[in-house]
Design a protein around this ligand. Structure first.
Ligand code: ICS
Length: 524
């Protein structure tokens, strides 16, 4: 069956293109974990789902932080189309607290700036931003033309910092859209700058709780972070910093005071997790808060890590309390969802994480893939040493991360970690990837093309397809419901226990309505 799919699509492409695409279409085997081609440039002419490096830097990593002014240095379209479309929410603690999320800042480059340079315009934009808002920090994000004409955003940032007596933290990002293969390069560039300009700047230890954690790779889409914050609070766990859902600059500056980092989206933030460990001795473990069972598992890991009976009891109490409602909601929708099939083609982590939620509904994921995941996100981190460094990777600045002799502190011994690993599958410094969790014979496709998507639907008729806005209406016109797993359509939150309940109800509604049968697919 799979062979049929691969042969059919590969044959339709020009020979060379077909040969290349074939390496990204894999028949899964969780025992042997076959090699997949990933994180390479999309072939020109193919309609990809991917976004650009600027999007991954400005939109994804820095976008959710409310008290930094993010200036897009470039033509207005780049700023405009990255303005609030990701639905990352934020909640200032007081009315006086700065919140710039709802604004769109751009230098609005014109032809003349392209010809004569845009640095003066950028300086002017920074001055205006300071005059109007007096922010704590300003980030400057380079778009494609900035790289092409050679404006030096880092130098401008330095000059402007001096102009304000270094009282405002101003720094730039070389995240031109074309710099990497996809938005994934933008994550890496953003992570580097967070480390260089913010992490470790403030030793203040906030909060009284004994257990202090960071949550990395959770971006508060549709309010996910709010749900998780509430759970941690109930358990008596202090969330020092989330990278970067519902975050502030101070959270990043104080992240090194935590004792454990939990990594949710491995693709976008694993660099920061490693930096925090190398510099400050904070271990990181892999978790997933998408799915009620996954959430319970993640909480149990934290409790085990801190080795505290009181915390363990509290966590069990919270799980029991929340699970009562989860089980009720699940039972109610199961008759509508059980036995259905799904396909997930999203980003660099959700195509994996959301399979847990679907399986709680009895829905099997028969095909999945990332837009921009790397081989380690598919095959697990153990393949990292064998991944070849190519020219595109070299485009991203390599920074040296060193041990902070004064502030490095060993949180837990290696022996203790090994012991916990055996007892509860801690996943310390480990991500097993998507393939290990999918069935034998499932289809795994990296950087799915629009044509391949059409073929998938025609050949396999899934009951629900998960992707983004570019795919949504095309797929629905074929009579298959599409759930956006980027911005959750207008729904969510979907994380944690409460989020799982929302998801159950939304998906049950989508797969059980009879409207889809009324639509005629183009091939029918
Ligand atoms: Fe990570 Mo859309 Fe995240 Fe992932 Fe990343 Fe993006 Fe979104 Fe998607 C993201 S950071 S914006 S979990 S919040 S770039 S939904 S990899 S593509 S699957």
């Amino acid at each position: 069956d799979l062979e049929k799919f691969r042969d059919e699509v590969v044959e339709k492409y020009p020979k060379k293109v077909g040969r290349k695409r074939a390496k990204a279409i894999i028949n899964n085997d969780p025992d042997t974990i076959p090699q997949i081609q990933a994180n390479i440039r999309t072939i020109p002419g193919i309609i990809t789902q991917r976004g650009c490096t600027y999007a991954g830097c400005k939109g994804v990593v820095l976008g959710p932080t409310r008290d930094i002014i993010n200036i897009t240095h470039g033509p207005i379209g780049c700023g405009y189309y990255s303005w609030l479309t990701r639905r990352n929410q934020t909640k200032p603690e007081t009315e006086a607290e700065a919140n710039f999320i709802s604004y769109c800042f751009s230098t609005d480059m014109q032809d003349s700036n392209i010809v004569f340079g845009g640095e003066d315009k950028l300086k002017q934009a920074i001055r205006e931003a300071v005059e109007l808002f007096n922010p704590k920090a300003i980030g400057v994000f380079s778009t494609c033309p900035v790289g092409l004409i050679g404006d030096d955003v880092h130098n401008v940032a330095k000059q402007m910092m001096a102009e304000y007596d270094n009282k405002i933290n101003i720094f730039g990002f070389s995240c031109e859209g074309y710099r990497g293969v996809s938005q994934s390069a933008g994550h890496h560039i953003a992570n580097n700058q967070l480390y260089k300009h913010l992490i470790g700047n403030d030793d203040t230890v906030n909060g009284a709780a004994k257990y202090r954690i960071n949550l990395l790779g959770e971006y508060n889409i549709g309010g996910d972070s709010f749900v998780l914050e509430e759970i941690f609070k109930k358990c008596g766990i202090e969330l020092v910093a989330t990278f970067s859902g519902n975050s502030t600059i101070s959270h990043f500056e104080q992240a090194h005071t935590a004792d454990l980092s939990m990594v949710m989206c491995h693709r976008s933030i694993n660099y920061v997790a490693e930096m925090l460990e190398t510099s400050f001795g904070i271990p990181w473990i892999k978790v997933n808060f998408i799915g009620a069972d996954a959430t319970a598992k993640a909480l149990r890991k934290v409790a085990a890590y801190f080795e505290d009976e009181e915390l363990k009891a509290k966590v069990e109490e919270v799980i029991a309390e929340e699970m009562a409602a989860v089980d009720m909601a699940r039972e109610a929708v199961l008759p509508k969802t059980n036995g259905k099939t799904s396909m997930l083609f999203v980003g660099g982590s959700r195509a994996h994480h959301y399979q847990e939620l679907f399986s709680e509904l009895g829905i099997k994921t028969i095909a999945a893939g990332y837009e921009f995941g790397h081989r380690d996100d598919y095959e697990g981190r153990r393949v990292l040493p064998s991944i070849q460094v190519d020219a595109d990777t070299r485009n991203i600045e390599e920074i040296t991360v060193t041990k902070d002799e004064k502030r490095f502190k060993e949180r837990i011994t290696k022996e203790k970690i090994e012991e916990l690993e055996k007892a509860i599958d801690l996943e310390y410094n480990e991500y097993g990837g998507l393939m290990a969790d999918m069935e034998k014979g499932a289809l795994i496709i990296d950087d799915l093309s629009h044509y391949e998507m059409d073929k998938l639907i025609e050949l396999y008729h899934p009951d629900i397809f998960c992707a983004g806005i570019k795919e949504k209406y095309v797929v629905q016109k074929m009579g298959v419901p599409l759930k956006q797993l980027h911005n959750y359509d207008s729904g969510g939150p979907y994380a944690g226990f409460k989020g799982a309940i929302n998801f159950y109800n939304d998906i049950a509604m989508m797969v059980s309505t009879s409207i889809w049968k009324e639509l005629k697919a183009p091939w029918e």
